[in-house]
Design a protein around this ligand. Structure first.
Ligand code: PMV
Length: 323
């Protein structure tokens, strides 16, 4: 039996502008995670158990574009076309039918479609568990590239930030198309994540920003530049342990996201509640229109802000320390 776990993630700065080549910062959220166990099944086939989504099915009974099936099919295809010498009992070039009978258990505590990277975390945990059970070693780089391909199937034109931060499970400074840079946190800081409970497809908000940009490229390029500067300043501040300034940077970034029309009334309300209950600053996080917001807090204020967010209607809150 093999087991693999992957954390959630949250974008601190730079969402949306990252799609246009500006930097973004994202960090793992270890309080929530996706977990996958792979073992040999006692009956024929590849059996998937995912009780969180009420799924118990044999792989071939699922549509091939089913999110879990597509990860498994793609992995099996990859391991067939680039066989590793240690492959478990599987002749080179064999079909999917010759793989051992597998039982795959998938669980996740990451809320879905809310900007915490639930899809990418399941993909990363699943591919790592399969690669280890089937003795098909994959480097972090391989896992990341694989997870990016899967993200593309489901999200159109993702920047790749989700799969990157989740694969490496480290704070990441991400610029699309550039080598991954992890960065150090000079002094740990605490954020509270508040979930509006509204699930909003990232693809749509990304598409709407694209329409705005197409109508006025110079104008929006300026906005993206401002966001890029915020992300760069934030990285330097985090590395140097000057974390208090992150509050103002969050507020400034939120305002620019509002301008981009990707915030929502519920997000704006939670952002205001966080600021009014003692946070040092707050912003929406991720694709927007729903999903999560984040607030920078002094550790001793975390519970107060979390409670205020829940009272104001947040579906879940997570207090996490970035270190
Ligand atoms: O909603 P999330 O956390 O998956 O983030 C989307 C981030 C965007 O910048 C809006 C899109 C992207 O692909 O980077």
């Amino acid at each position: 039996m093999t087991h693999s776990s992957a954390p959630g993630k949250i974008i601190l700065f730079g969402e949306h502008a990252v799609v246009y080549g500006r930097p973004a910062l994202a960090v793992p959220v270890t309080q929530v995670h996706a977990d996958v166990e792979v073992s040999e099944a006692d009956r024929a086939g590849i059996w998937i158990n995912a009780p969180d989504v009420n799924l118990h099915a044999e792989l071939n009974t699922l549509p091939s574009d089913h999110p879990l099936a597509s990860v498994i099919h793609n992995f099996l295809f990859l391991s067939r076309t680039s066989p590793s010498p240690a492959g478990r009992g599987r002749p080179e070039g064999s079909g999917e039918g010759q793989f051992p009978d597998l039982s795959i258990n998938i669980s996740s505590s990451i809320p879905v479609a809310s900007g915490l990277g639930s899809g990418a975390a399941v993909t990363v945990a699943l591919v790592r568990a399969l690669s280890s059970f089937l003795s098909h070693p994959m480097s972090d780089e391989d896992v990341n590239a694989f997870a990016y391909e899967i993200e593309k199937l489901h999200h159109g034109t993702p920047s790749g930030i989700d799969n990157t931060v989740i694969t490496y499970a480290r704070p990441v400074y991400f610029v699309k198309g550039y080598p991954i840079e992890t960065f150090k946190v000079g002094r740990p800081f605490t954020i509270v994540i508040g979930d509006t409970g509204i699930s909003a497809p990232t693809k749509e908000s990304v598409g709407d920003v694209r329409k705005l940009w197409e109508a006025d490229q110079p104008g929006w390029e300026k906005v993206f530049d401002e966001i890029g500067e915020i992300a760069n300043t934030a990285r330097i501040s985090i590395e140097n342990g000057i974390v208090e300034v992150l509050g103002d940077l969050m507020n400034a970034n939120h305002q620019l996201l509002q301008k981009m029309t990707v915030s929502a009334l519920e997000l704006d309300q939670l952002v205001d509640v966080a600021r009014n209950s003692g946070a040092l600053g707050a912003k929406m996080s991720g694709g927007g229109r729903g999903g999560n917001m984040i607030a920078l807090v002094k550790p001793e204020m975390a519970e107060t802000v979390s409670r205020a967010l829940k009272e104001a209607g947040a579906r879940h809150t997570i207090i996490t320390q970035v270190s």
